[in-house]
Write a protein that binds this ligand. Structure first.
Ligand code: PLP
Ligand code: COI
Length: 361
């Protein structure tokens, strides 16, 4: 199904250009939404149907709606960028489509065909193109799907709603921070082997919030989770992956083993690092080693990466037993080079050797 196959019910009173400009001036993250949304439905025996672009508006749900009870919900996050020529692009949306299908399989939900996923992005951007910011802003796209059947039995639901909403965004961290401080949680874990850690489901984030609240209480921006079995190895942050740059020119990151999210930014950065001759190591890294390497200077730089965070240097690490700085606490040259290379490709300012950018008409 392509964008042209979505029924269109345009907003009766979209916001005026002045109102839109005011809202887009300093949108923050996830607070300002565009005029439209895309919806599509799935029912057992019928499959996907009723795909449409309509006004962004509340929808009503039965109090017995299955997602409200058993949390059968998955989502994605990607951005649309406005190039200096005014064109609009997406970055590797096929990877989000594939991850959305993988998350659906893990949560026993129907898979959304890539054609419908990608078509929905095109259809929404077609309707809300003026909401794609220029400069350093972007339009954050949030596809999600949930069990919409009114039924309290514990089994995969027989009805689902797919929705795509969008919001113009600036930086994820408040005040446009250039480095962040992280809190290492030694009591809460995010995901266990055999669990849902590598799926992008809302439940993973619900489980992370108490640890994220502790991080904020400790004056930090994000929580770092350790593995569930030993509480020894670094896994990822609440909403981003993590990478370490060593003094021997290697870039180290925890391996994908089912408990961390296979980040598209992570994969892209590993590719760009290999392109420039860095040794990429996807290996377990213990918190004890992290502390030792920061103290000895073996660890030069460390950063968080993800769609929302892009590439953000980690300047300081706090934990129940104390705190330590990474390098001079202000990031470093290799992190900045990788960030600039990624952002340059995403925004069409540099060449795209891997064919990651998709131009929209
Ligand atoms: N890890 C978690 C838990 C996330 O929520 C995200 C963000 O989507 C990532 C990693 C990074 O993934 P991506 O680079 O695909 O945005
Ligand atoms: C993203 O980077 O897209 C995320 O999903 C992280 C967070 C906003 C949940």
């Amino acid at each position: 199904m392509s964008a042209t196959l979505f029924a269109r019910q345009p907003h009766a009173s979209p916001r005026t250009a002045d109102k839109r400009a005011a809202l887009m001036e300093d949108p923050g993250f996830g607070r300002v939404f565009t005029d439209h949304m895309v919806t599509a439905r799935w029912r057992e025996g019928e499959g996907w149907h009723d795909a449409r672009v309509e006004a962004h508006a509340p929808f009503s749900l039965s109090p017995a709606c299955a997602v409200l009870h058993y949390a059968q919900e998955i989502f994605e996050g990607l951005k649309a960028y406005r190039g200096d020529d005014g064109g609009v692009t997406l970055f590797r949306p096929d990877r989000n489509a594939a991850r959305f299908r993988a998350s659906a399989r893990r949560l026993a939900m129907p898979e959304l065909p890539d054609e419908l996923f990608l078509g929905s992005l095109e259809a929404l951007i077609g309707a809300d193109r003026d909401w794609v910011p220029g400069g350093d802003g972007s339009l954050y796209l949030r596809p999600f799907m949930f069990a919409s059947e009114a039924f309290l039995g514990v089994r995969p639901a027989a009805e689902y709603l797919y929705v795509l909403i969008a919001c113009p965004v600036g930086g994820y961290f408040k005040g446009g921070k250039s480095t962040v401080t992280v809190w290492v949680s030694d009591d809460y874990t995010r995901a266990a082997p055999g669990g849902t850690g590598d799926a992008k489901c809302g439940g993973n984030y619900a489980a992370s919030l108490i640890a994220q609240a502790q991080a904020i209480e400790a004056g930090c921006d994000q929580v770092v989770f350790l593995d569930a079995a030993e509480h020894a190895h670094v896994e990822e942050l609440g909403g981003m992956n993590i990478m370490f740059l060593m003094d021997d020119g290697s870039l180290l990151t925890p391996p994908l083993g089912g408990t961390i999210l296979p980040g598209i930014t992570r994969d892209s950065l590993l590719t760009l690092a290999r392109d420039e001759g860095l040794i990429v190591r996807e290996e377990p890294y213990s918190f004890a080693q992290w502390q030792a390497d920061a103290a000895s200077g073996r660890l030069r730089e460390c950063f968080a990466c993800g769609t929302a965070a892009v590439v953000t240097p980690i300047g300081e690490v706090r934990h129940a037993g104390g705190a330590f700085a990474i390098g001079n606490g202000e990031g470093g040259a290799t992190t900045e080079r990788l960030r600039a290379r990624l952002v340059g490709i995403q925004r069409g300012r540099t060449s795209d050797p891997h064919g990651w950018v998709r131009h929209l008409d």
